[in-house]
Design a protein around this ligand. Structure first.
Ligand SMILES: [Zn+2]
Length: 269
Protein backbone atom coordinates (compact mmCIF):
# COMPACT_ATOMS: atom_id res chain seq x y z
CA UNK A 1 0.00 0.00 0.00
CA UNK A 2 1.35 3.47 -0.87
CA UNK A 3 2.57 5.41 2.17
CA UNK A 4 3.77 8.97 2.75
CA UNK A 5 6.65 9.03 0.19
CA UNK A 6 4.57 7.41 -2.57
CA UNK A 7 1.69 9.87 -2.09
CA UNK A 8 4.16 12.75 -1.85
CA UNK A 9 5.63 11.67 -5.20
CA UNK A 10 2.15 11.60 -6.73
CA UNK A 11 1.35 14.99 -5.17
CA UNK A 12 4.39 16.69 -6.71
CA UNK A 13 4.12 15.10 -10.14
CA UNK A 14 0.36 15.59 -10.47
CA UNK A 15 0.59 19.14 -9.14
CA UNK A 16 3.02 20.05 -11.91
CA UNK A 17 0.73 18.58 -14.57
CA UNK A 18 -2.92 19.16 -13.67
CA UNK A 19 -3.09 22.29 -11.50
CA UNK A 20 -4.88 25.09 -13.36
CA UNK A 21 -6.22 22.74 -16.04
CA UNK A 22 -9.98 22.61 -16.58
CA UNK A 23 -11.65 19.25 -16.03
CA UNK A 24 -13.41 18.78 -19.35
CA UNK A 25 -15.12 15.54 -18.38
CA UNK A 26 -15.41 12.90 -15.67
CA UNK A 27 -16.35 9.26 -16.02
CA UNK A 28 -17.36 6.94 -13.19
CA UNK A 29 -17.28 3.21 -13.87
CA UNK A 30 -17.68 2.02 -10.29
CA UNK A 31 -20.23 3.78 -8.08
CA UNK A 32 -18.73 2.38 -4.87
CA UNK A 33 -15.48 4.25 -5.48
CA UNK A 34 -17.27 7.59 -5.00
CA UNK A 35 -19.58 8.87 -2.24
CA UNK A 36 -22.31 10.73 -4.14
CA UNK A 37 -24.51 9.75 -7.12
CA UNK A 38 -22.36 9.53 -10.26
CA UNK A 39 -24.40 12.23 -12.05
CA UNK A 40 -23.78 14.65 -9.18
CA UNK A 41 -20.06 13.78 -9.13
CA UNK A 42 -19.72 14.42 -12.87
CA UNK A 43 -21.77 17.64 -12.73
CA UNK A 44 -19.59 19.01 -9.92
CA UNK A 45 -16.33 18.19 -11.72
CA UNK A 46 -17.13 19.12 -15.31
CA UNK A 47 -15.87 22.66 -15.99
CA UNK A 48 -14.22 22.79 -12.57
CA UNK A 49 -10.44 22.89 -12.18
CA UNK A 50 -7.81 21.71 -9.72
CA UNK A 51 -6.26 24.65 -7.88
CA UNK A 52 -3.87 22.64 -5.69
CA UNK A 53 -2.88 19.06 -4.93
CA UNK A 54 -2.18 18.45 -1.24
CA UNK A 55 -1.27 15.41 0.81
CA UNK A 56 -2.38 14.51 4.32
CA UNK A 57 -1.19 11.15 5.71
CA UNK A 58 -1.72 8.60 2.90
CA UNK A 59 -4.45 10.74 1.27
CA UNK A 60 -4.24 13.16 -1.63
CA UNK A 61 -6.57 16.15 -1.62
CA UNK A 62 -7.43 17.71 -4.98
CA UNK A 63 -8.60 21.25 -4.16
CA UNK A 64 -11.15 22.45 -6.70
CA UNK A 65 -11.93 25.96 -7.92
CA UNK A 66 -15.54 25.57 -6.76
CA UNK A 67 -14.35 25.25 -3.14
CA UNK A 68 -15.01 21.53 -2.86
CA UNK A 69 -12.31 18.85 -2.82
CA UNK A 70 -11.66 15.32 -3.94
CA UNK A 71 -10.22 13.10 -1.23
CA UNK A 72 -8.25 10.13 -2.56
CA UNK A 73 -7.05 7.09 -0.63
CA UNK A 74 -5.47 4.41 -2.83
CA UNK A 75 -5.44 1.73 -0.09
CA UNK A 76 -4.17 -1.68 -1.22
CA UNK A 77 -3.91 -2.07 -5.00
CA UNK A 78 -4.85 1.45 -6.07
CA UNK A 79 -2.73 3.53 -8.44
CA UNK A 80 -2.99 6.32 -11.01
CA UNK A 81 -1.88 6.89 -14.57
CA UNK A 82 -1.73 10.13 -16.52
CA UNK A 83 -2.09 9.48 -20.25
CA UNK A 84 -4.61 9.76 -23.06
CA UNK A 85 -6.87 7.61 -25.23
CA UNK A 86 -3.85 6.07 -26.99
CA UNK A 87 -1.60 5.72 -23.96
CA UNK A 88 -3.14 4.07 -20.92
CA UNK A 89 -2.82 0.74 -19.10
CA UNK A 90 -5.01 -2.14 -20.22
CA UNK A 91 -6.79 -2.24 -16.86
CA UNK A 92 -10.23 -1.41 -15.50
CA UNK A 93 -10.45 2.28 -14.62
CA UNK A 94 -12.87 3.07 -11.82
CA UNK A 95 -12.81 6.82 -12.45
CA UNK A 96 -11.36 8.89 -15.32
CA UNK A 97 -10.86 12.66 -15.18
CA UNK A 98 -10.26 14.36 -18.53
CA UNK A 99 -8.25 17.54 -18.93
CA UNK A 100 -8.79 17.98 -22.66
CA UNK A 101 -6.88 15.16 -24.31
CA UNK A 102 -4.90 14.38 -21.16
CA UNK A 103 -6.63 11.94 -18.84
CA UNK A 104 -6.05 10.91 -15.26
CA UNK A 105 -6.95 7.26 -14.75
CA UNK A 106 -7.75 5.83 -11.31
CA UNK A 107 -7.00 2.11 -11.35
CA UNK A 108 -7.47 -0.64 -8.74
CA UNK A 109 -9.66 1.59 -6.55
CA UNK A 110 -11.59 -1.24 -4.93
CA UNK A 111 -10.67 -0.81 -1.28
CA UNK A 112 -9.63 2.76 -2.03
CA UNK A 113 -11.91 5.71 -2.76
CA UNK A 114 -12.24 9.10 -4.45
CA UNK A 115 -14.72 11.12 -2.44
CA UNK A 116 -16.22 14.56 -3.05
CA UNK A 117 -16.27 16.82 0.03
CA UNK A 118 -16.97 20.36 1.07
CA UNK A 119 -14.55 21.98 3.50
CA UNK A 120 -16.51 20.92 6.55
CA UNK A 121 -16.94 17.24 5.69
CA UNK A 122 -13.30 17.05 4.52
CA UNK A 123 -12.14 18.27 7.92
CA UNK A 124 -14.33 15.67 9.64
CA UNK A 125 -12.72 12.92 7.51
CA UNK A 126 -9.18 14.01 8.38
CA UNK A 127 -9.88 15.01 11.96
CA UNK A 128 -8.53 11.99 13.84
CA UNK A 129 -5.17 11.68 12.02
CA UNK A 130 -1.95 12.01 13.99
CA UNK A 131 0.76 14.57 13.17
CA UNK A 132 2.72 14.64 9.89
CA UNK A 133 6.21 13.17 10.40
CA UNK A 134 7.89 15.83 8.22
CA UNK A 135 6.02 18.84 9.63
CA UNK A 136 8.73 21.20 10.99
CA UNK A 137 6.42 21.82 13.97
CA UNK A 138 6.67 18.11 14.83
CA UNK A 139 9.82 18.51 16.92
CA UNK A 140 11.81 15.96 18.89
CA UNK A 141 10.04 17.25 22.01
CA UNK A 142 6.60 16.61 20.47
CA UNK A 143 7.78 13.19 19.26
CA UNK A 144 8.86 12.18 22.77
CA UNK A 145 5.61 13.51 24.23
CA UNK A 146 3.66 11.42 21.75
CA UNK A 147 5.59 8.14 21.99
CA UNK A 148 7.36 7.78 25.31
CA UNK A 149 5.55 5.36 27.59
CA UNK A 150 3.49 3.71 24.84
CA UNK A 151 3.16 0.02 25.63
CA UNK A 152 2.16 -1.35 22.23
CA UNK A 153 4.85 -2.76 19.94
CA UNK A 154 6.79 -0.14 17.99
CA UNK A 155 5.60 -1.70 14.72
CA UNK A 156 1.89 -1.47 15.55
CA UNK A 157 2.24 1.99 17.10
CA UNK A 158 4.02 3.45 14.05
CA UNK A 159 1.37 2.19 11.62
CA UNK A 160 -1.52 3.56 13.71
CA UNK A 161 -2.71 6.59 11.69
CA UNK A 162 -4.36 8.10 14.75
CA UNK A 163 -0.98 8.23 16.52
CA UNK A 164 1.18 9.37 13.59
CA UNK A 165 0.15 9.83 9.96
CA UNK A 166 1.50 8.31 6.76
CA UNK A 167 3.52 5.33 8.03
CA UNK A 168 2.63 1.81 6.90
CA UNK A 169 4.16 -1.64 6.71
CA UNK A 170 7.19 -0.75 4.60
CA UNK A 171 8.41 2.44 6.23
CA UNK A 172 7.78 1.30 9.81
CA UNK A 173 10.34 -1.46 9.15
CA UNK A 174 12.73 0.84 7.28
CA UNK A 175 12.63 3.43 10.09
CA UNK A 176 13.37 0.79 12.76
CA UNK A 177 16.31 -0.54 10.74
CA UNK A 178 17.69 2.96 10.24
CA UNK A 179 17.41 3.56 13.99
CA UNK A 180 18.95 0.17 14.82
CA UNK A 181 15.96 -0.78 16.96
CA UNK A 182 13.81 -3.93 16.84
CA UNK A 183 10.22 -3.21 15.78
CA UNK A 184 8.98 -5.88 18.22
CA UNK A 185 10.00 -3.81 21.25
CA UNK A 186 7.79 -1.10 22.76
CA UNK A 187 8.34 2.64 22.91
CA UNK A 188 7.97 2.42 26.69
CA UNK A 189 11.20 0.37 26.84
CA UNK A 190 13.30 2.82 24.81
CA UNK A 191 15.97 4.93 26.50
CA UNK A 192 16.08 8.66 25.61
CA UNK A 193 18.95 8.20 23.07
CA UNK A 194 16.93 5.44 21.37
CA UNK A 195 13.89 7.74 21.11
CA UNK A 196 16.19 10.33 19.53
CA UNK A 197 17.37 7.72 17.02
CA UNK A 198 13.79 6.81 16.11
CA UNK A 199 12.89 10.47 15.52
CA UNK A 200 15.90 11.15 13.29
CA UNK A 201 15.50 7.82 11.47
CA UNK A 202 11.90 8.71 10.63
CA UNK A 203 12.93 12.03 9.06
CA UNK A 204 15.96 10.51 7.27
CA UNK A 205 14.08 7.55 5.78
CA UNK A 206 11.17 9.67 4.54
CA UNK A 207 13.40 12.33 2.97
CA UNK A 208 15.52 9.63 1.31
CA UNK A 209 12.43 7.79 0.01
CA UNK A 210 10.78 10.95 -1.32
CA UNK A 211 14.00 11.94 -3.05
CA UNK A 212 14.08 8.51 -4.72
CA UNK A 213 10.39 8.60 -5.79
CA UNK A 214 8.94 6.09 -3.28
CA UNK A 215 8.61 2.35 -3.89
CA UNK A 216 5.44 2.11 -6.07
CA UNK A 217 6.24 0.03 -9.13
CA UNK A 218 3.71 1.61 -11.52
CA UNK A 219 4.96 4.71 -13.41
CA UNK A 220 2.59 7.72 -13.32
CA UNK A 221 3.08 8.45 -17.01
CA UNK A 222 5.05 7.27 -20.04
CA UNK A 223 8.79 7.90 -19.55
CA UNK A 224 8.29 8.47 -15.79
CA UNK A 225 11.71 7.39 -14.49
CA UNK A 226 11.19 8.76 -10.99
CA UNK A 227 8.35 6.72 -9.45
CA UNK A 228 9.50 3.57 -7.68
CA UNK A 229 13.19 4.47 -7.41
CA UNK A 230 13.17 3.64 -3.71
CA UNK A 231 12.09 0.03 -4.27
CA UNK A 232 15.65 -1.19 -4.74
CA UNK A 233 16.86 0.93 -1.83
CA UNK A 234 14.63 -0.70 0.82
CA UNK A 235 16.96 -2.18 3.42
CA UNK A 236 14.71 -4.68 5.19
CA UNK A 237 11.17 -4.51 3.80
CA UNK A 238 10.39 -7.63 1.74
CA UNK A 239 14.04 -8.76 2.03
CA UNK A 240 13.69 -11.87 4.16
CA UNK A 241 16.81 -14.04 3.86
CA UNK A 242 18.88 -11.29 2.22
CA UNK A 243 22.04 -9.89 3.79
CA UNK A 244 21.70 -6.78 5.95
CA UNK A 245 23.64 -3.93 4.30
CA UNK A 246 24.92 -2.82 7.71
CA UNK A 247 26.13 -6.05 9.29
CA UNK A 248 25.79 -8.81 6.66
CA UNK A 249 23.53 -11.02 8.74
CA UNK A 250 20.26 -12.25 7.30
CA UNK A 251 17.04 -10.25 7.48
CA UNK A 252 14.17 -12.14 9.11
CA UNK A 253 10.39 -11.87 8.80
CA UNK A 254 8.03 -12.05 11.77
CA UNK A 255 4.29 -11.63 11.90
CA UNK A 256 3.37 -8.89 14.37
CA UNK A 257 -0.37 -8.39 14.94
CA UNK A 258 -0.95 -10.09 11.56
CA UNK A 259 1.46 -7.68 9.83
CA UNK A 260 4.62 -8.86 8.07
CA UNK A 261 7.57 -7.31 9.88
CA UNK A 262 11.13 -7.41 8.54
CA UNK A 263 14.24 -6.66 10.58
CA UNK A 264 17.86 -7.60 11.18
CA UNK A 265 18.09 -9.65 14.40
CA UNK A 266 21.75 -8.73 14.73
CA UNK A 267 22.23 -4.98 14.36
CA UNK A 268 18.74 -3.94 15.50
CA UNK A 269 18.61 -3.99 19.29
ZN1 LIG B 1 22.13 -5.94 10.40
Amino acid sequence: MPELPEMETYRKMLGERIVGRTISDAEVNRDKTINVPAAQFVAELKGNSVTRVERRAKHLIFRLKSGSSLLLHLMLGGWMYLGDDNDNPDRTKQVILSFGEMKLYFIGLRLGFLHLHDEQSLNVELDDLGPEPLDPAFTIGKFKELFSGRKGMIKTTLVNQKVIAGIGNCYSDEICHEAGIKPVRTFAELEPPELNSMYHAMKTVFLRAIEAGGYMDQPLFKDDMKTGGYDKQCRVYDREGEACIRCGNLIIKEIVSSRKTFYCPDCQH
